[in-house]
Design a protein around this ligand. Structure first.
Ligand SMILES: Cc1cc2nc3c(=O)[nH]c(=O)nc-3n(C[C@H](O)[C@H](O)[C@H](O)COP(=O)(O)OP(=O)(O)OC[C@H]3O[C@@H](n4cnc5c(N)ncnc54)[C@H](O)[C@@H]3O)c2cc1C
Length: 376
């Protein structure tokens, strides 16, 4: 279905996916209204520090944003050198010539990614309606309402600190089952989290162990700690439309299954959804030709990590740490090479997303999740 010139395009969700769609559409001369359920952008993140990954493409992610007409007018810390620890506490430094990721702040504060996207959208003429929880959307519309199940959780604290900027990662099931514990420090602020893929029931035990481990290994110092946590949803959909409306970002399940990096997928899917509305092209076809194999590789990487990491954690980190350029190493691991394509059907059987109902996208739906879980 094509849109008329005077149609207003409705977008549900003012996360990176929704705002990037809105920016792309309004720059093409369309009228856009974004509905946001919360009183401001980035509400579920408060002032979380996150990494905008920079290894899946050779091109730098900030250059990519620039080329797509998306603002880079947010604060960021280019992250090259860092420190990883195996479960015995051995250090394995990692390094790269170019940033492996850019540390950014999430939430409504000036300088955050969310604030910059909101500002760009509003300056271009997008109307953003806060406290507007969408239940039904007429066409033309885009659904960008964030995760709808918890395949992984990241739990810990935000805090203030005098520690120097940097990032540290511990790969140890005793701290983060199936995942990793991480510490990010930037400009007097910090985030410490256990990112776990199972045993959520005992999250507090893992958070406590994570804090203790970072205190022991890097003298973690937290002032005014505030508890924070969130969920992540990984899922490779068979189609990314609800009716004829594109579904994007984490609502569609788009997220790196290995480490839980979702911002870049959210942004890229926002661009594609806008383009599909502008050109009438099939959104699913555009998405799948560009990103499906990358997502599938991340599923294979997760299963390999799950199944073999336990036998060689120390060896694995030692191997990575010997690599002169970890960005390059990661780029190769995310390359949809033949062997990974071959392994995908096996890996898919091993990974079960908690999001069982591929047909439900929250809007226009009366399923139990939509009736009972809408205030997540
Ligand atoms: C603790 C934590 C740490 C993370 N760290 C990283 C990281 O380091 N790097 C990385 O790349 N990714 C990270 N992620 C994942 C990343 O934050 C998400 O993948 C990304 O924010 C998804 O963007 P989105 O626009 O799809 O959804 P969101 O950012 O969740 O935005 C969706 C918006 O929709 C709104 N909404 C929901 N329902 C409705 C409705 N019915 N009507 C109107 N509005 C609605 C929500 O309030 C929200 O503002 C992390 C996630 C968590 C929880």
């Amino acid at each position: 279905m094509s849109i008329q010139d005077n149609d207003t395009i409705q977008i549900a969700g003012a996360g990176p996916a929704g705002l990037v769609s809105a920016i792309t559409l309004v720059r093409a001369g369309k009228k856009v209204v974004v509905h946001e359920a919360k009183p401001n952008v980035g509400w579920r993140f408060k002032r979380d520090l996150q990494g905008l990954e920079n290894w899946t493409t050779k091109q730098d992610v900030l250059q990519e944003l620039d080329d797509m007409g998306i603002t880079t007018d947010f604060d960021y810390l280019p992250c090259k050198q860092g420190m990883t620890f195996d479960r015995t506490g051995h250090k394995h430094p990692i390094r790269s010539e170019f940033p492996i990721f850019y540390m950014v702040e999430r939430g409504p504060n000036v300088g955050s990614l969310d604030h910059a996207l909101l500002k760009q959208a509003q300056q271009l003429g997008v109307e953003v309606r806060f406290n507007s929880r969408v239940k039904q959307l007429p066409y033309p519309a885009i659904l960008a309402t964030g995760p709808k199940a918890a395949d992984a959780i990241a739990v810990g604290y935000h805090f203030e600190t005098d520690m120097e900027d940097g990032y540290w990662v511990i790969c140890d099931d005793e701290l983060a089952p199936g995942g990793y514990a991480y510490l990010l420090i930037w400009n007097g602020k910090g985030t410490v989290k256990s990112c776990m893929f199972n045993d959520f029931k005992h999250e507090q035990r893992y958070v406590q162990r994570t804090v203790t481990a970072f205190q022991r290994l890097v003298d973690l110092e937290m002032k005014k700690p505030v508890a924070h946590g969130g969920v992540g949803n990984f899922y490779i959909p068979t189609q990314i439309c609800s009716g004829n409306r594109p579904v994007i970002g984490e609502q569609a399940g788009f997220q790196d299954t290995l480490w839980g990096f979702g911002m870049r997928y959210a942004i890229n899917s926002g661009i594609l959804a806008a383009k599909s509305i502008l050109t009438g092209a099939k959104c699913s076809a555009m998405w799948f030709s560009k990103y499906k194999s990358l997502l599938e590789v991340s599923v294979v990487n997760r299963v390999l990590y799950n199944d073999f990491y336990h036998f060689g954690s120390k060896w694995f980190l030692k191997y990575v740490s010997r690599h002169p350029d970890v960005r390059h190493f990661l780029h190769r691991q995310y390359n949809p090479m033949f062997i990974k394509k071959l392994l995908y059907p096996w890996a898919k059987l091993r990974i079960k997303s908690l999001r069982n109902d591929s047909a439900c996208h929250h809007v226009d739906c009366e399923c139990v999740w939509c009736r009972m879980g809408s205030d997540r």
